[in-house]
Ligand binder design. Structure first.
Ligand code: ADP
Ligand code: MG
Length: 258
């Protein structure tokens, strides 16, 4: 990466404990605009916890996180006021979780879910909101005639597309994806990965993708960090890590899926 480009995310020597249990240990990384970094590791290795630290929903026990903001450049996440944090989470940063039902409002329409943040941020013009919702339904390749349908009537894959549209509408500079395709059937996963790849390449976002699935990491990421028991034990270009892993644990992970 050229030195004159500012990173979108910097983590320095992070530690996080749940009670006495160390969950994140000595994690440092940098992420630049336009990059997709996959964090791979087994269930329980601390991947979701790390994303929640980046997004500001958890605070590190030790260490510092700086994330890009539209007006002030890199800012320390833990020094932000509650209100500023909330604002940035709705505008500059996006989070897509594994289960879309945890993020969507099941009692409002598909279109309403997509533009909800717009309404929270003060946009009230009904016709314009409808146009935006339609535009984003098309972007995530959902039938636009479903605009007024309730989420209940959508399949799991389609719900995930709604969550993605709802997140991307604010054009976040930083996007966190927590196992975005894990809950889905294999054929639905493939289509969604294809869509994510298109969307991520089109925007100049910095993306942290968390997955236990090395194939997902290979499809979307340029860089891969391998987590074991809260530590990043290997990090590098995706092809290097997957084709020529250096750490014995990564070798084991890679060989177990071949
Ligand atoms: P992953 O996403 O890689 O599966 P998590 O970040 O969810 O891992 O969990 C890492 C570790 O933290 C696990 O040992 C898990 O049991 C523990 N953990 C996660 N959430 C909590 C919580 N709310 N309270 C206590 N321990 C938790
Ligand atoms: Mg997880």
């Amino acid at each position: 990466m050229p030195v004159n480009i500012q990173p979108a995310l910097v983590a320095r020597n992070l530690y996080f404990h749940f009670g006495k249990q160390p969950v994140i240990r000595q994690v440092s990384l940098e992420l630049y605009p336009g990059e997709v970094l996959a964090i791979v590791g087994e269930s329980g290795s601390g991947k979701s916890t790390l994303l929640n630290l980046f997004y500001g929903t958890l605070s590190p026990t030790q260490g510092a996180i700086q994330a890009s903001t539209p007006d002030l450049g890199l800012r320390p996440v833990s020094a932000l006021s509650r209100q500023t944090l909330r604002h940035l989470q709705r505008t500059a940063w996006g989070f897509v979780c594994q289960n879309p039902r945890d993020a969507l409002r099941m009692e409002i329409s598909a279109g309403g879910n997509i533009v909800e943040r717009r309404m929270i941020m003060g946009l009230r013009h009904y016709g314009q909101l409808r146009e935006e919702a339609l535009y984003w339904l098309q972007k995530v390749e959902v039938d636009p005639t479903r605009l007024d349908d309730l989420p209940e009537t959508f399949s799991g894959g389609m719900l995930q597309r709604l969550q993605i549209a709802r997140t991307l509408i604010s054009q976040p500079a930083l996007l966190y994806l927590d196992e975005p395709t894990s809950g889905l059937d294999v054929s639905v996963q493939a289509a969604l990965l294809d869509l994510l790849r298109k969307l991520v390449i089109a925007e100049n976002m910095a993306v942290v993708l968390v997955t236990h699935d090395l194939a997902v990491a290979r499809l979307l990421a340029q860089r891969i960090a391998v987590m074991r028991q809260g530590e990043i034990i290997e990090e590098g270009l995706a092809d290097q890590v997957l084709d020529d892993p250096q750490h014995p644990y990564t070798q084991l992970l890679v060989s177990s899926v071949l």
